[in-house]
Design a protein around this ligand. Structure first.
Ligand code: HEM
Length: 73
């Protein structure tokens, strides 16, 4: 339970970092001499969001599956 809460908080705050990185990317690319490397900044938080997001998605199904397994035991 404690672990799931930590992952949810992590997903929540990483999403803010991701939004800021996307905004920075727009600004960097709009310059007269675009700073192309800044447009890669959203990728690390996005990778973390995909991993933790898929975990959060699976949680309700995992707990249902565990519940059914426990009921049989
Ligand atoms: C890219 C793959 C992503 C996947 C697979 C994913 C999946 C999920 C899932 C399954 C949940 C839990 C929903 C529930 O309560 O049942 C969640 C919550 C959330 N997601 Fe994502 N997400 C992704 C990316 C993002 C992005 C890009 C953002 C915002 C920029 C974001 C922001 C949030 C926030 C704020 C929550 C609520 C967290 C909380 O409970 O406090 N996620 N996401």
């Amino acid at each position: 339970m404690h672990w799931n809460h930590w992952i949810r908080q992590f997903h929540r705050w990483t999403s803010i970092a991701f939004v800021l990185a996307v905004a920075a990317s727009f600004i960097a690319l709009a310059q007269e001499k675009p700073l192309v490397w800044v447009s890669y900044a959203p990728l690390p938080p996005l990778v973390l969001l995909v991993a933790t997001g898929l975990y959060l998605f699976a949680l309700p199904y995992l707990s249902r599956w565990r519940g059914r397994r426990d009921a049989r035991a």
